[in-house]
Design a protein around this ligand. Structure first.
Ligand code: ADP
Length: 482
């Protein structure tokens, strides 16, 4: 299919392409230049209820399919995404803004979740437990939890859906997806390929809306929904957890982060600079595992800052569709205003500006990649989740000191450590209060490994066999009279 064929202007409920009951629509805009891309339905609560009820009906038959039958469909879905990767990447860049090569990487990552979970569906083994009585036998089975509601963000508009839809559907659940209001087109494109792959009506539903509060409330309070899976900010995650508690839904939360990136004197400096750049500037800094605070040991601090600054000065800013672009636009004007406010207040508080520090002439959604030093932990910029192309660099002296400073945040998603000392690798990895640690590696996310956070960064894991367990209930069966 071509890029234009993927631009769907309907929502997808019960295997049908539909308008809103109210007939209202919302515009999707290209963040690079503000141009109009599409008008999609702005669904309301009654549409959301219809989607939930369709998913409930579909669950009755989908849960009875064999893992092998589900695997065949997921494999076909994976192949279709892969075959259409270039068109989907173009859609993603035009809708979300990231450079085209990053968009292609995200599409292929999305595909890999369907491939992997199709295979994993066949391995959701239960267990037999040696009994404490001769007359009983004890065993467990894993069963799909039921109707899932997925609420997803705009920063990875296609892969964040795959991380939820692939394990859910592989497990035998059905799903209602509410994509972010800025990026509904990738979600609809994925549904179009699901339809082609043979996913039955009602198993996947995509409800586009610019009313996240009302529609979100329905998804989180309707008793038919048995599981809510959310990726987004910590404040919204807390609201969703609270609403889901009323009917005791199972919940997975992938929330915000404040990732420390720690470079010790004995690190490979080239690798550390490259890793920090890759982790910080992917998607213009708009990822939840992006480096947020760079801690560099005193002995190599000046050298690290000089090399890091030189790389940032050489970055190309522009439309994601241009082949040489390193940094695309931020998602919307509010993101640019937030970024500029953080930088300006940090400078007032005494930060030193090394590079950037202002909006970029490429357009009103662009911000210069920025490097700030002379930061202290009490500054707002050290505590906030930046979600923007700002680097903040701190100096430290001792291992125990940096671990304490790194842990001094309510967040606990990803952390990074660069050192050649194998003892230190273990000590620091174990002492960091984070769900994921990259050791001499800045790019850690893939379908094979459990992605997720501790503390206020979330609950549950996505990817790996643990990501499948989040969509299944463990049932214990006790057989007596033997
Ligand atoms: P981000 O900072 O990535 O925009 P948000 O947490 O605001 O993070 O948004 C992530 C997702 O949560 C989006 O799909 C958005 O529409 C949805 N959302 C925002 N507010 C609510 C809410 N009160 N209830 C349910 N969903 C919400």
């Amino acid at each position: 299919m071509s890029f234009a064929e993927f631009v769907k202007e309907s929502a997808y409920i019960n295997g049908e392409w539909v308008t809103a009951a109210s007939q209202e629509t919302m515009e999707v805009i290209n963040p690079a230049d503000g141009s109009f891309l599409a008008a999609v339905p702005d669904l309301g609560v009654e549409d959301a209820t219809r989607a939930i009820e369709a998913a409930e009906v579909a669950f009755k038959s989908w849960k009875k399919t064999t893992a092998k039958e589900r695997a065949v469909i997921l494999r076909r879905w994976f192949e279709l995404i892969t075959e259409n990767a270039d068109a989907l990447a173009e859609l993603l860049t035009k809708e979300q803004g990231k450079p085209l090569r990053e968009a292609k990487g995200e599409v292929l990552s999305c595909a890999s979740f369907f491939e992997w979970y199709g295979e994993e569906a066949k391995r959701t083994y239960g267990e037999t437990i040696p009994s404490n009585m001769g007359s009983t036998r004890l065993l467990t089975v894993k069963q799909p939890i039921g109707v899932v509601a997925a609420i997803t963000p705009w920063n990875f508009p296609i892969s964040m859906i795959a991380r939820k839809a692939a394990p859910a559907i592989a497990a035998g659940c059905t799903i209602v997806i509410k994509p972010a209001e800025d990026t509904p087109l990738c979600a609809l494109a994925l549904a179009a390929l699901a339809e082609q792959a043979g996913v039955p009506a009602g198993v996947i539903n995509v409800i586009t809306t610019k009313r996240p509060i009302e529609v979100g409330r329905e998804l989180c309070t309707n008793p038919i929904v048995r599981k809510v899976s959310f990726t987004g900010s910590t404040p919204v995650g807390k609201i969703i957890l609270g609403m889901s508690a009323q009917t005791v839904k199972k919940a997975s939360m992938e929330l915000g982060g404040n990732a420390p990136f720690i470079v010790f004197d004995d690190a490979d400096l080239d690798a550390a600079v490259a890793g920090a750049i890759a982790s910080k500037y992917r998607n213009a800094g708009q990822t939840c595992i992006c480096t947020n605070r760079i801690y560099v040991q005193a002995g190599i601090y000046d050298e690290f800052v000089a090399r890091y600054q030189a790389v940032v000065e050489g970055m190309t800013i522009g439309s994601g569709m241009d082949a040489d672009t390193d940094i695309g636009p931020l998602i919307n004007a509010a993101a640019v205003n937030k970024t500029d406010g953080l930088v300006k207040r940090a400078l007032e508080e005494g930060a030193e500006l090394k590079v950037g520090g202002d909006r970029h002439p490429a357009g009103d959604r662009f911000y210069q990649p920025t490097v700030l030093t002379n930061i202290t932990e009490d500054m707002e910029i050290a505590q906030a989740e930046l979600f923007s192309p700002i680097s903040t660099v701190f100096k430290f002296a001792e291992e125990s000191e940096v671990v304490e400073r790194a842990n001094n945040t309510p967040y606990g998603l990803a952390a990074y450590v660069y050192t050649r000392d194998v003892g230190r690798v273990w000590r620091v990895s174990e002492d960091l209060e984070y769900g994921m640690v990259g050791v001499n590696e800045g790019m850690i996310s893939n379908e094979l490994a459990p992605f997720g956070g501790v503390k206020e960064s979330g609950v549950g894991r996505e990817g790996s066999k643990h990501g499948m367990d989040d969509y299944m209930e463990l049932k214990y069966i006790c057989m007596g009279g033997i």
